[in-house]
Design a protein around this ligand. Sequence first.
Ligand code: HSE
Length: 313
Amino acid sequence: MKVSVKVPATTANIGPGFDTLGMALPLYNTVTIEETVLPGTGVEINVLSDGFSIDEFALEHIPQDENSIVYKAVELLYNSIGQSPSELKITIKSGIPVSRGLGSSASVIVGALIAANELLGHPADDLALLSIASELEGHPDNITPAFVGGLVISSQEDDGSVVYRKLDWPSEWAITVCVPDFELSTDIARSVLPKDVPLKDAVFNAQRLAMFVEAVHTKDAELMRLALKDRLHQPYRMKLIQGLDEIMDSFKHDEDVLGCVISGAGSSVLIISKKNNLDKIHGTVRDIWASLNIKSEIRTLNVEPEGAKIVEE
Ligand code: HSE
């Protein structure tokens, strides 16, 4: 038997929602798990490129053995029913740039869990899979939108359960993803964060996150402009993303741009804007990075509404 699951990319944090907000985007990884007939062949993992030109070389960095996050996801699900995975061929068709803050690891965890669950005859329901996936990833903000699609607020509770709600993204606002040619691992990007933050910074983010939710509900661009700020992770990560200072500065007084934030843990940058002058926005980012000898790929994308799906491959 063979099962393929197509899973979208995600952008997490979106300004004030560190480890809380995430949105699915129409770039995809497809994870296929196939039971092989030859006994003793173990688990074989292959990664194939599926089209994001900037990322040809990064694919080599995806572990293809038991250290692979895909293997760990599959193993966790098998172990939960007292089995171990063996004689499986796992193929990842990768269309999501790796280590760029676009949820590539969340997407393969989600894809592998859904595929393995299907092969095993559904021992887990969707909420149980969400909980296993978030535990493995360490936070639910990429996992949940990869699973269910859309713009999502999520938390993982003390008992491991994931609670989430979807919000409707206003169609008037454009989402532009700016992907540089350099990687930034989430482990490094999390290692620079402090264990504790000043109370005034926590309050600042609580205020902005409340504004974000209201701005989305009421399509209030001016409120969104205030909301797309952060003091919990961005100030610490700025130095890890070359050119980010200049990119943010260049949009500070731009009427069309509502905010410019780090996508997930970086290295990509997310720009939320009105749907005017998108070419100018693309050009500004491309030129700033080019002046630092950084190549980039910049795309304005819609929200992917649906999330992970079983597909024929
Ligand atoms: N919320 C996470 C972070 C997303 O910013 O570290 C990256 O996985």
